[in-house]
Design a protein. Structure first.
Length: 332
């Protein structure tokens, strides 16, 4: 079993700053779980606590049925893939991948077999005797993954592993990591600040803000049913529009949310006119930016949509989300 359980996890630094606040989470065996949030929200700290690289202030961590609070990182049966690759520049690809096994006194025949198996999985066979400086960024990241694979760990921990790659290579590596997860059939816990990575890669997503879990669910549920304005505004590109108004049934102030792709519907029953400030052409689609009242909003349109100075918005009532303007919580 390679499940991971976090019970009432807290991290408080010496200056009394609370970085992780009472996190409870059950990560299933063989699951691909993504921790996502803005910089400084605590996602990397949480990952490092699972790895044993960061002390826990309070709570319990289990890998499988074993409590690992006081277990050293090397004995937790996990593999950590860092943002910076962390390869030894003076070693070949083969030596980098074999290093951890040699430190554990694994015999050379087993090391050779495991390195070649990992190289075949990651298409690194022709690069085994090159140094890291002779590799591209994507190849270096595959070496870092290979170094983790040879350990055959229960859990893979990945801390923003694609952030150093260009946009095209990130898309390619996302697909490769997903295929790797399906092939290895083990638990992946993946940290990113990129909500597109989270939506495309995760079986489930954990949205963090200020050290607290905001929502845990599938990518579809996170996108379609956000529990509060933070999740609604963080997940989705461009982000959800928020417009202040009145709840007609109760005559109370309310914050409405609507996705940019839902702003112009042929069957819309709410019409609003807005002056277009900026229009961006993005290949197959176009983004128009405008104000509704004092709120900045945008609409996602077909590329050939003819935008004039004034845009007629047509919104379906059923596409509107309602949020409490004070707490930000979703009103159902």
């Amino acid at each position: 079993m390679s499940s991971v359980t976090l019970k009432n996890i807290r991290k408080i630094y010496d200056n009394r700053k609370v970085v992780i606040n009472n996190v409870n989470l059950e990560i299933k065996d063989k699951e691909f779980l993504v921790l996502v949030g803005a910089s400084g929200c605590g996602k990397s700290t949480l990952l490092r606590m699972i790895a044993g690289l960061e002390n826990i202030s309070d709570g319990e961590i289990y890998i499988g049925d074993k409590k690992v609070n006081n277990v050293p990182p090397k004995d937790r049966d996990i593999a950590f893939v860092f943002q910076s690759y962390a390869l030894y520049p003076h070693m070949t690809v083969w030596e980098n991948m074999a290093f951890g096994l040699r430190m554990r006194k694994v015999d050379e025949d087993t090391i050779n077999k495991k390195v070649h198996e990992a190289a075949e999985i990651l298409d690194l066979g022709e690069y085994l005797y090159r140094k890291p400086k002779q590799l591209s960024g994507g190849q270096r990241q595959r070496v870092a993954l290979g170094r983790a694979i040879v350990r055959n760990p229960k859990v893979f921990l990945m801390d923003e592993p694609l952030s150093n790659l260009d946009a095209k290579l990130r898309v390619q590596m996302r697909a490769e990591i997903k295929k790797l997860h399906e092939k290895l059939q083990t638990t992946f816990i993946y940290v990113t600040h990129d909500q597109t990575e989270a939506l495309t890669m995760g079986d489930r997503i954990v949205v963090l803000n200020n050290g607290c879990i905001q929502q845990v669910d599938t990518p579809e549920e996170i996108y379609n049913n956000p529990v509060n304005t933070f999740v609604a505004g963080f997940v989705g590109s461009p982000q959800m529009n928020f417009i202040e108004g009145k709840d007609l049934g109760l005559d109370e102030n309310i914050l409405y949310g609507v996705r940019p792709e839902k702003m112009i519907r042929p069957d819309g029953d709410i019409s609003v006119f807005a002056d277009v400030e900026i229009s961006e052409m993005l290949g197959s689609e176009r983004i128009a930016y405008f104000n509704v009242g004092d709120k900045k909003c945008c609409a996602k349109l077909d590329a050939d949509y003819n935008i004039g100075n004034t845009l007629k918005l047509s919104i379906k009532s059923s596409d509107l989300y309602k949020f409490d303007p004070q707490t930000g919580q979703r009103i159902y």
